[in-house]
Design a protein around this ligand. Structure first.
Ligand SMILES: [Zn+2]
Length: 487
């Protein structure tokens, strides 16, 4: 494809992308609920949207990327029932809820840094935007889209004929759905109505004053309030995991469009698929989640060993963001082999002197890379093209026919692998380099001893002089040579 196309969940088709403001792309992605360490499922989502953001920048757009932090209101059932996830973790760890939020926000940031995910431009917290959420709820009440019962406020789904347009669920079915025995149901006019604000029972740890009494916001309202606060009533891209399509994103649309009267709230809805383990969704609540820290260290019963963050990123980008990604040690080991091959070729490319062989058609490669990414950000295809390029260049360098335009090849690889896909081989660490250097000096001295035994005094002296010239002092003793780095 010649121009960027996204698969838009709202219209269920691939559409050419054009932002409202040609110079600025406004983008929002649902962030994590910070009550535990992030797992591989989180990594798939944030790595995928990181690459989409990076590609938009490559195309010359300025991107304002907002990704929230949920630290209140996300209940265990993802709906209006169950305990607040933050409060549950606070009890488990004997911490204040805000200590829990701080601890896991840091853990999340650390993991994302290691995965090469660029930090959001704005990372607002739900608990820091209570006034914005209250204001939005007031607007919904004013316009007749919500009602108050016993200090809680609910969105009236029957007032919004569009409800269900993102997930394709029909409102009649939702209204007919029976969810007996669930807390709060007796307060709702319809089972499909959802909470905008919940009354805090005595002892509830997260509580704020509101026009309806002491309470806390529902989970969905925070994303409407914070996205519109920083991106305006309408913006270009909203991303998130497929599992958030319903009810979370459906509710965001209902709240935002009903409150502002402006449609559409979001022009392109992008959803990444999930990570599975043996075909089953990976999730904290399902008990099969592997945290990123465990994945890096290997400390989990499902893991044979640890995998480097770059291998994990490569593993994720080897499949399309809308395809499910099945975890297994075999799949990760295969990704590791692929990444090692790619890294070795990149290092060779970086170090090789330009040759006189035929030039690589970098323009043709660039077009193929863009075509892959223009097709709904097909990173798997882009990686296949980079593999082909690097394999070709590598064999030419090894055959002594390095292309004449190696600088152009380096620039292309640096741009695509490094900047667009966010993958770049780690440089050899300082300690590792030092130990290799010591081994090299020992090797040279062994060869020099050999020369001395053969009475090749001139060669032995020359070696010593050359070592001295580069700062390595050698002294011959009856026990053999001793050496040191000259300080
Ligand atoms: Zn959200």
């Amino acid at each position: 494809m010649r121009t960027l196309h996204f698969y838009n969940t709202l219209t269920r088709q691939k559409e050419p992308f054009a932002p409202m403001d040609p110079a600025l792309v406004r983008m929002y992605v649902c962030g994590p609920t910070v009550y535990d360490h992030a797992h591989l499922g989180h990594a798939k989502s944030y790595v995928s949207f990181d690459v989409i953001r990076r590609y938009l920048r490559y195309l010359g757009y300025r991107v304002r990327y907002v990704q929230n932090i949920t630290d209140v209101g996300h209940l265990m059932g993802d709906t209006d029932e169950g305990e607040d996830k933050l409060i549950l973790a606070a009890r488990r760890e004997r911490l204040e809820p805000m200590e829990v939020a701080e601890k896991y926000f840091r853990s999340f940031t650390e993991d994302m840094d290691r995965l090469g995910v660029l930090p959001p431009d704005i990372q607002p917290r739900a608990s820091g935007h209570i006034p914005e959420q209250i204001e939005l709820i007031e607007l919904l009440l004013e316009r007749g889209y919500a009602y108050v019962v016993n200090g809680s406020v609910y969105f009236d789904v029957s007032r919004d004929p569009d409800y269900g347009k993102l997930s394709g669920r029909r409102i009649e079915e939702l209204l007919a759905g029976s969810r007996e025995g669930l807390e709060g149901l007796e307060e709702k006019r319809h089972p499909a109505d959802f909470a905008l604000w919940k009354r805090a029972e005595p002892g509830h740890l997260l509580r704020w004053r509101s026009p309806w009494g002491i309470g806390y916001p529902g989970w969905h309202i925070e994303c409407s309030a914070m996205s519109m606060r920083y991106l305006g009533p309408q913006f270009d891209i909203h991303g998130g995991g497929l599992e958030n399509q319903f009810p979370h994103h459906e509710c965001e649309i209902a709240q935002s469009e009903s409150a502002t009267g402006q449609e559409p709230f979001v022009r392109y809805w992008l959803h990444n698929n999930m990570v599975t383990v043996g075909g089953q969704k990976m999730g904290k609540s399902l008990g099969n989640a592997i945290s990123l820290k465990q994945l890096f260290s290997g400390d989990h019963p499902l893991l044979e060993r640890g995998y480097a963050p770059q291998v994990v990123r490569f593993f994720i980008l080897q499949s399309h963001y809308r395809s499910p990604l099945d975890f297994s040690n075999e799949a990760l080991k295969a990704a590791e082999r692929g990444w090692d091959t790619l890294s070795d070729a990149v290092r060779l490319l970086q170090e090789a002197p330009a040759g006189e062989g035929a030039s690589v058609d970098t323009e043709a490669y660039r077009q193929r890379l863009e075509a892959a990414m223009n097709d709904d950000c097909n990173t798997a295809q882009a990686l296949a093209v980079l593999f082909e390029l690097l394999r070709d260049v590598r064999s030419r360098i090894l055959a002594g026919e390095a292309p004449g335009n190696l600088d152009q090849v380096r620039f292309l690889v640096r741009t695509w692998l490094g900047e667009v896909l966010g993958l770049w081989p780690e440089p050899v660490s300082g300690r590792e380099a030092h130990s290799r250097l010591r081994a090299l000096v020992e090797l040279v001295l062994e060869l020099r001893q050999h020369a001395r035994r053969e009475r090749q005094w001139a060669l032995a002296d020359a070696i010593r002089d050359r070592l001295t010239a580069i700062g390595i002092e050698v002294q011959d003793t009856p026990q053999g040579p001793v050496w040191r780095f000259r300080p």
